[in-house]
Design a protein around this ligand. Structure first.
Ligand SMILES: Cc1cc2nc3c(=O)[nH]c(=O)nc-3n(C[C@H](O)[C@H](O)[C@H](O)COP(=O)(O)OP(=O)(O)OC[C@H]3O[C@@H](n4cnc5c(N)ncnc54)[C@H](O)[C@@H]3O)c2cc1C
Length: 256
């Protein structure tokens, strides 16, 4: 079974987001990780490979820094990685999905796994768009996958319960928390990962040009939530302090 994992490198969940002078998200010095939902996808791909045989390929769109995330997933056990530099500064979900779909179309694949959303930009669009471009089914937010011949049976989260669906392969399935517990790379895996193939490609290698991937959505501005006002503590004896609190609720907070 040939499995392709769409893998994005994202800001660390602990990263503090700041804006630069031009009002853009400051990426300098931020710790980067594998998008956690994509880590579930990598783990699931490895488990399916262990059960059914085959190969796990990672595909990512991004700059050179993504190599670190790809090496980590190779150390977990993936076989090869492809990194495509989008070469354009302004990118949106259309850009990313167009590039990924073109890269995947040139590979052999029975199953495509991704995360249901990236934890940073979080639009939950890219994997679905890739499926649409490749004209194959997509199932989002899966918590269990069974491969049965040329079909996949997936359990997915729905409001207040679960749904079990069946799709013919190839298909795109996106991982939700609970799908599995990702493994840590072993020392042996880390050493082996250094020798595994990592192809770096540009748009021209995929037969694309900047015009074909130009973003359709333009970010006008980013802003951070305004800092929360400090709380007010009333100190003193009970009748006075209650009176002061009621007065503040009525006159300052205007909630009573
Ligand atoms: C209005 C707007 C403007 C933006 N402008 C810029 C910009 O100028 N420059 C810029 O760098 N970014 C920009 N971004 C961010 C960029 O659009 C997204 O990073 C990218 O399109 C992926 O979308 P997402 O992160 O929301 O992924 P989601 O759709 O939430 O991701 C779902 C899944 O798709 C797969 N996936 C997503 N991205 C990748 C990837 N790169 N490689 C492999 N798999 C992937 C993963 O499996 C992931 O779990 C902008 C975003 C918005 C909304």
């Amino acid at each position: 079974m040939k499995i392709v994992v769409l893998m994005k490198q994202t800001f660390d969940t602990e990263a503090k987001v700041t804006l630069d002078k031009e009002g853009k998200i400051n990426r300098q010095g931020v710790n980067l990780i594998i998008n956690p939902y994509d880590e579930f996808a990598v783990e699931e791909a490895l488990r399916i490979k262990e059960k059914h045989g085959g190969e796990v390929s990672l595909v990512s769109v991004g700059g050179d820094s993504v190599q670190e995330a790809l090496r980590q997933a190779l150390a977990m056990g993936a076989d090869r990685a492809v990194l495509i530099n989008p070469e354009v500064e302004e990118i949106d979900e259309y850009t990313t999905a167009t590039i990924l779909a073109k890269a995947v179309a040139g590979m052999e694949y029975d199953l495509i796994l991704g995360g249901w959303r990236a934890i940073d930009d979080g639009s939950a669009q890219v994997a679905g768009r890739v499926a649409e471009i490749l004209n194959i089914p997509v199932v989002n937010q899966v918590t269990k996958i069974e491969i049965e011949g040329d079909k996949a049976v997936a359990t997915r989260d729905i409001e207040g319960g679960n749904e079990v669906v069946e799709v013919p392969l190839p298909a795109v399935l996106t991982a939700q928390k609970g799908l599995n517990e990702p493994r840590y790379p072993t020392m042996k895996g880390i050493m082996q990962a250094k020798k595994k193939p990592m192809e770096k490609k540009g748009l021209a290698d995929l037969g694309l040009d900047a015009g074909q991937v130009a973003a359709k959505v333009k970010a006008l501005s980013f802003f951070l939530p305004s800092p929360r006002a400090a709380g007010k503590i009333f100190e003193g004896e009970v009748p006075e302090v209650v009176a002061a609190l009621v007065k503040a609720l009525r006159e300052e907070a205007k909630v009573i």
